[in-house]
Ligand binder design. Sequence first.
Ligand SMILES: [Fe+2]
Length: 301
Amino acid sequence: MNSAALPCSPFGVRPLTPNLGAEISGVDLATDMSDDLFRAIYAAFLRYQVLLFPPHDLPPGRQVAFARRFGEVQIHVMNQYHADGFPELYRLSNLDENGNPNGKHPDKGTLAWHTDGSWSRITGQATIIYGEVVAGVGGETHFCDMYGAYERLSDAWKARIANMRAVHNLDFSRTRRHGEDPMTDAQRQARPPVDHPVVRTHPETGRDCLYLGDHAEYIVGMPYDEGRALIEELNALAIHPDLTYEHRWKTGELIVWDNRCVLHRATAYDPATERRVVRRCTVLGEVPERRTPVNAATTAR
Ligand SMILES: [Fe+2]
């Protein structure tokens, strides 16, 4: 892949695939950056959907400071993951107090394609994740472009889902599908299920995207099992190898992605033998909407 630069770009840009993802070089995230530099990073974020920054030392507080440039940072309801004195940071680690693998995967829900914060009324905008300790085998992160996923649906599918809404539920995806420790009653009450359009319009690019993933439980107004089957089918249809970037981590890398138009997942690793520690911030976005006019012809059933 050839390097390419945005016009007047203050940093290097190397696309990671023909479709999405770019490596950004020449930016020091550990120091304050000018508004102009951040605007250029944000423009690249909108254009490439996934940004990779090469290995560097980034203390937790600097990661949070960078995240705050994007917007308000989510304080995750699952407070057992908060890290380093920053409630904005969410740490996934399989290490015990001595730094040895403890044999337990910290969140198996991350192994399924999903988008961060879709279980909340105000959903995730950017997720900013830093690799503190990376696994030797497995523990990759994969990203798939949901603009392309929507564009590749047949006209019949587009018509069928044009006005559909799906209910997203963290308790469903976390507890019932992946056998994680149950949410507490307080956590459940703080995050009741919410419904979102199945097709959302990206508020900044104006492009439509498929918006489902693993937190989507059922379809509003449809029998539960029928909605489950439809979501499973669409989640599978959404993933295309040529719309996917598969990242194999190096220690100290940082990745930023746009949850509004990307699904992601982690790949498995052996938590009994490998070490993996990542810390992440998720920035709050907006309430998803479909803003593009729905053509009468495409809504006919
Ligand atoms: Fe995630």
